[in-house]
Ligand binder design. Structure first.
Ligand SMILES: N[C@@H](CCC(=O)N[C@@H](CS)C(=O)NCC(=O)O)C(=O)O
Length: 202
């Protein structure tokens, strides 16, 4: 299995899931600016969307969209609890949070914040929305260690990755103190540290 990634991007979420699940996976770095892989291939010939993450299985089948990739990888190791079983209501709660992170946080707030061409007013709106959506997350996490159930799932990993972006963009989440403990809890996991190291970030 090959996972195309860019250091610190949303592809880090399936990368961590693969490590948490103990799967043998080759990670291949993509330069998102030049759309070249570390092997010098034109990435668009592999994924026409030019985006990461992108998964290629041994038989050549491909999967795009981080949430789907994370679910697929998590389901390869069902005993790890990264994705609750089909039919368990918690599975849909994990999917709910994956959609929330993907649409309301990642695309809705962070994408305009990452774009240097975003107008100041739109940027201010995205920041305000991010604060309010993270306040919602913090309320949901009140008294809980993870978003769903008692153990970390694919949704927590995706949320954790986006929380790192807040740090990089100097978005102050310090008024939401339970988020710091949540972030640290996930950061401390060996698979998370291993993924950061493999991506050259520590
Ligand atoms: N809908 C995709 C979005 C993936 C995405 O936005 N990837 C970003 C990195 S976090 C990317 O590849 N950006 C480069 C580009 O869009 O050209 C998913 O959920 O996986």
């Amino acid at each position: 299995m090959k996972l195309y990634y860019s250091p610190g991007a949303c592809s880090q979420s399936p990368h961590i899931i693969a490590r948490e699940a103990g799967l043998a996976i080759d990670i291949i770095r993509v330069d998102l600016r030049t759309k070249q892989t570390e092997k010098g291939e034109d990435y668009r010939t592999i994924n026409p969307l030019g985006q990461v993450p992108f998964l290629v299985l041994g038989d050549g089948s491909t999967l795009s969209e981080g949430s789907a990739i994370a679910q697929y990888l998590a389901d390869q190791a069902p005993t790890k609890g990264l994705m609750p079983a089909v039919g368990n209501f918690d599975r849909y709660k994990v999917q709910q949070w994956q959609s929330f992170v993907g649409s309301e946080l990642h695309k809705g707030c962070y994408t305009p914040l990452f774009n240097p061409q975003t107008a100041a007013e739109t940027r201010a709106q995205a920041l305000e929305m991010l604060q309010s959506r993270m306040a919602h997350v913090a309320r949901q996490l009140d008294g809980r260690e993870y978003l769903v159930g008692k153990q970390m799932t694919a949704a927590d990993v995706y949320l954790w990755v986006t929380m790192n972006w807040a740090h990089g963009l100097k978005v102050d989440l310090s008024k939401l103190p339970n988020l710091a403990a949540y972030h640290q809890r996930i950061s401390a996991r060996p698979a998370v540290q291993a993924a950061l190291k493999a991506e050259g970030l520590i």
